[in-house]
Design a protein around this ligand. Sequence first.
Ligand SMILES: [Fe+2]
Length: 238
Amino acid sequence: MRILVLSDIHANWPALGAVISHEQDYDACLVVGDLVDYATGARNVIAWVRDHADGVIRGNHDHAVAQFIQPSEPASDFKLLRNETRNYHWDSLSQRDLNYLARLPLSLEIELDGLRFYLVHASPRDPLNEYLPNAPDVWEKRLKEIEADIVCVGHTHFPYICRLKQKQVLNPGSVGQPRDGDPRASYAIIENGEIQLKRIEYDIDKTIEQMTKAGLSDLAIQAASRILRSGSTEIPKN
Ligand SMILES: [Fe+2]
């Protein structure tokens, strides 16, 4: 069985498009949150995830969009981009799309191919917001009460496989806004229990063009271009 694991798509439809046209031959798909914010392809991303994912959970950005959390004053490229794309989502997403985001669970247990999966965007202690590194001692503590073979997380936009005594933690990285210095879309494939981290180039110009057409400001477009083309290594502070 071939399982596709995606996270932090962040409304980047060309990035998701590149992954799914390259990985057509999968049997199941898991999505670890943050479908929205930072780009303008949220409608296509939500529609695809709704139709194709076998398990999906809520990220902090899905929560903020669905609960109409007003963004704070922009003090960084990330916040400027988040604020403008969030307003664009509120103008363009349907009620059905917003309901979908609002009903996503904070965590999910699912069994596939004889493996027990546990999905949470950040961590079991703080499902939406805690930033945890690739540190086995920290994850051992956080996952003490969780029974699973593979724990899928996202949030940091930094891909890794962290091997613990009884389980593995997989962060597939970010499809739509990598932050490890490599601008290619990041994701994972699990085949016969083996996890592989994968990267694929996508048309960043197309993502920028769609954001320009959506009417984002020049400053937001410049911020998006800097972040996406560099695979920014910054972590935005909320
Ligand atoms: Fe994210």
